[in-house]
Design a protein around this ligand. Sequence first.
Ligand code: BTN
Length: 254
Amino acid sequence: GAGLHTKKLGQTIHYVESCPSTQIIAHQLAQEGTPDGTIVLTEEQTAGRGRLARKWDSAAKKGIWMSVVLRPDVVPQKAPQFTLVAAVAVVRAIEEVTGLKPEIKWPNDILIKGKKSTGILTELQSDADGIQALIIGIGLNVNQSLQDFPEELQDIATSLSIESGKLVNRQELVRALLSHLEIYTDLYIETGFGMLKILWESYSSTIGKTVRARMAKETLTGIAEGITEDGVLQLRTADGKLHGIYSADIEMTN
Ligand code: BTN
């Protein structure tokens, strides 16, 4: 009913003016058995959350704050790649609607000219029977001006309108986003990560560069050589060793 071109994604839409976090609503709906492809959209989050228990700044009516409930028939080991798949879908949607050239910073940040425009947070509901639901949260800065961001974010965050010089139609962007998400998540579920890995790497700002990976217990510096079929970042340190990085904050070194 919302002019969507998707078969599954967004056929059930929960829209609320304001909420603490669309992730929380999506988790509740998933527990209550909401269908595969349900989306939760809001104008404003009062407790938006990011990776690693960080908060996510979600200004009123300026961004796309959305959670998608998927119920894929895949083993839990195939869950982390959905973040990477979603990143490809976001990049394609931004390109299509704005003509901008976003890049992906492993694992889940979408950068434009080196600044963060989008974050993706994938959470899992699983039990002994496997994955019950995947909740993919997407926070996309669309029409903020620089002053709309808290001061501490102004050097590292950006929005599509800051980068393109014009306001962007959020409805059009949501439609494009859902179309691409449906295409790429289906592709992943049906054929695996092979094609998507090539696409992901082609949009990556990380691969081929020397980066610093800050992990909970150590920091490693090396060349990011690629990602594996499991979405693990391959980092080659100066001693020639190849390290598999599962979770880290990546910084570019120059
Ligand atoms: C990150 O970069 O750390 C991930 C940010 C994810 C933000 C989105 S906004 C919609 C959804 N609801 C939340 O509370 N978080 C995600």
